[in-house]
Ligand binder design. Structure first.
Ligand code: ZN
Length: 153
């Protein structure tokens, strides 16, 4: 297999409604670097950048399956309020780290009832079609150590 590359990009991410969800182009942000094949970024975006070189600009539309997945209704479920012992006030939109059989998972509070709190463990961008506006800033061969570690040094 060819040596993977370290690719550095500027990106702006919008959803179907045209709302900006994230951008590397605002003040104080650095462009994003990733090691190819190391699952540092979502697969759909990495695939679109495989043949790209520094200076290339492109727009990439990514369906949920290639992005953060479809919304799984089974991940939306009530838990007893007592599970939030020690939390003064629970409000919709709050995020918690929960321990699950699959490892730590961020869950969001969607509804607060008298006895139960409804939580959603889907990725916040699950179900969204993602629209990336990307510019490749740099692309170079990864070092052996970066390839081994799966992240950029
Ligand atoms: Zn390392």
């Amino acid at each position: 297999m060819a040596q993977p590359r370290v690719v550095t990009i500027h990106y702006t991410l919008t959803n179907d409604q045209g709302e900006q969800l994230d951008t590397s182009r605002e003040e104080g942000r650095e462009p994003l670097s990733y090691v190819e094949g190391a699952q540092n970024i979502i697969g759909g975006l990495e695939n679109a950048l495989v043949e790209k070189a520094a200076g290339d600009k492109l727009k990439v539309d990514i369906e949920p399956a290639e992005g953060y997945g479809e919304i799984n209704e089974e991940l939306v479920q009530p838990v007893p309020r007592s599970a939030f012992e020690g939390v003064d006030s629970i409000e919709p939109g709050m995020q918690f780290q929960a321990q699950t059989p699959g490892g730590p998972q961020v869950v969001r509070v969607v509804e607060v009832g008298d006895e139960n709190v409804t939580i959603d463990a889907n990725h916040p961008l699950a179900g969204e079609t993602l629209h990336f506006d990307v510019e490749v800033v740099e692309a170079r061969e990864a070092t052996d150590e970066e390839t081994e570690h799966g992240h950029v040094h």
